[in-house]
Design a protein around this ligand. Structure first.
Ligand code: COS
Length: 378
């Protein structure tokens, strides 16, 4: 059994790590404080090939595979979680267009995503009343001649105001998951506007908005994949997206461990560094052990995807385990910081806010357990 990354995977990881340490981490606190979208960092991500890590070379991707992708995303998240969510969603959209798009759709959109002509891309599935129950969405697309007419509202859409293309799900048939289709929509299309901006606990430098469609006419060839078969596309895309969130949670929690370790060695109480107390040592030991276990689970799921093997159950296992452990790790690292953790002087309070969403978005922990148990019981 070979656990070592290949030279190519290491190259991608080290390049992402170097970029994150030099350019991302130093600005993360200010981006968070000002709730400012990281336009410059996002442009650099495309320049470095990180907006299409698992996308084919012919579409401008790095063609480095799924394992390299999670390794790179983890590094960017260790620098700035908000930047990493933009990277994650953009890669997911590029991959979904590559997998399900026509040749014309691929050539039109993917190089613009991977090459940075688009700042980023968005994934528009959720609605105010359709979160975990994605199949109950109400947004509709009605055929009218050589167009589709879209009506409805999407919620919690990452990077909505910046995206060059949206993958949109809308109801084209009857109720339930069998009546849903997927479309590619461009910003600026008449009838399509950005709605409310969410004021979030964490990931404050990432923009989260609602999308409003009012008699929005999109061309017939905006359909991605087969009519009424779009729910499957969403689920397959989310399987990959969940690997990204698992990687994100591990990036945030690795930074937390590094910072808590350094703090424990510096901070003196009762005449010695608190790292000399067993209470602190055991907290750090638990953090490191849980992190390693979670990392292995993530690498295995990403490897299965890279081999073209089924990985849906394993992606959900990685998502639920990594995100829950990352939350526990960040909470412990916060505790180690004591009162200093509770103020903005140290990054740990940001990590704690940023990591919280990882058990919620791209499928809650409860949805992951549902996916896993259904596969066990079927
Ligand atoms: N890959 C391929 N196809 C899949 C799939 C997957 N991972 N998961 C489900 N499908 C298919 C099913 O095979 C079924 O196909 P048929 O109609 O051809 O039989 C169809 O999709 C419907 O699946 P299912 O019956 O499981 O749908 P449910 O309504 O029960 O929903 C959950 C299943 C809850 C798992 C789904 O709605 C979900 O993942 N919800 C969370 C959504 C989410 O993550 N939102 C975050 C958005 S991004 S912030």
């Amino acid at each position: 059994m070979d656990w070592d990354p290949t030279p190519e995977q290491l190259m991608v990881r080290d390049m992402a790590r170097d970029f994150a340490r030099r350019e991302v981490f130093p600005v993360a606190a200010a981006l968070d404080r000002e709730a400012r979208f990281p336009s410059e960092l996002v442009r650099r991500l495309a320049e470095l090939g990180l907006m299409g890590v698992n996308v084919r070379d012919e579409f401008g991707g790095a063609q480095a595979g799924s394992v390299a992708y999670v390794l790179a995303l983890l590094e960017i998240a260790a620098g700035c979680a908000a930047t990493s969510v933009t990277m994650g969603v953009t890669n997911m959209v590029a991959e979904v267009i590559q997998q399900f798009g026509t040749d014309a759709q691929r050539r039109k959109y993917i190089p613009a995503i991977t090459g940075g002509r688009f700042a980023c891309a968005s994934f528009a599935l959720s609605e105010a009343g359709a979160g975990s129950d994605a199949g109950s969405m109400k947004t509709s697309a009605r055929r009218d001649g050589d167009h589709w007419v879209v009506n409805g509202e999407k919620a919690w859409i990452t990077s909505g105001p910046r995206a060059g293309v949206f993958v949109l799900w809308a109801r084209t048939g009857g109720e339930g998951t069998a009546g849903i289709s997927t479309f590619l929509v461009e910003p600026g299309t008449p009838g399509f506007s950005i709605g409310r901006h969410e004021d979030k606990l964490g990931l404050r430098a990432s923009e989260t908005v609602s999308l409003i469609f009012e008699d929005c006419r999109i061309p017939a060839d905006a359909l991605l994949g087969e009519l009424n078969r779009g729910f499957r596309i969403a689920m397959m895309a989310l399987d990959g997206g969940r690997l990204g969130i698992a990687a994100q949670s591990l990036g945030i929690s690795r930074s937390a461990i590094e910072e808590a370790t350094a703090y424990a060695k510096e901070r003196k109480q009762f005449g010695r560094p608190i790292a000399e107390f067993q209470a602190i040592q055991w907290m750090l030991a638990d953090c490191a052990t849980e992190w390693e276990a979670a990392h292995l689970l993530l690498l295995r799921a990403a490897w299965l995807k890279e081999q073209g093997l089924p990985f849906s159950k394993e992606a959900s296992m990685a998502k639920v385990f990594c995100s829950e452990k990352a939350n526990a790790i960040c909470a412990r690292c916060f505790q180690i910081h004591g009162g200093y953790g509770y103020v903005k002087e140290y990054p740990i309070e940001r990590h704690l806010r940023d990591v919280r969403v990882t058990t919620i978005y791209e499928g809650t922990s409860e949805v992951q357990r549902l996916v896993i148990s259904r596969q066990l019981l079927k």
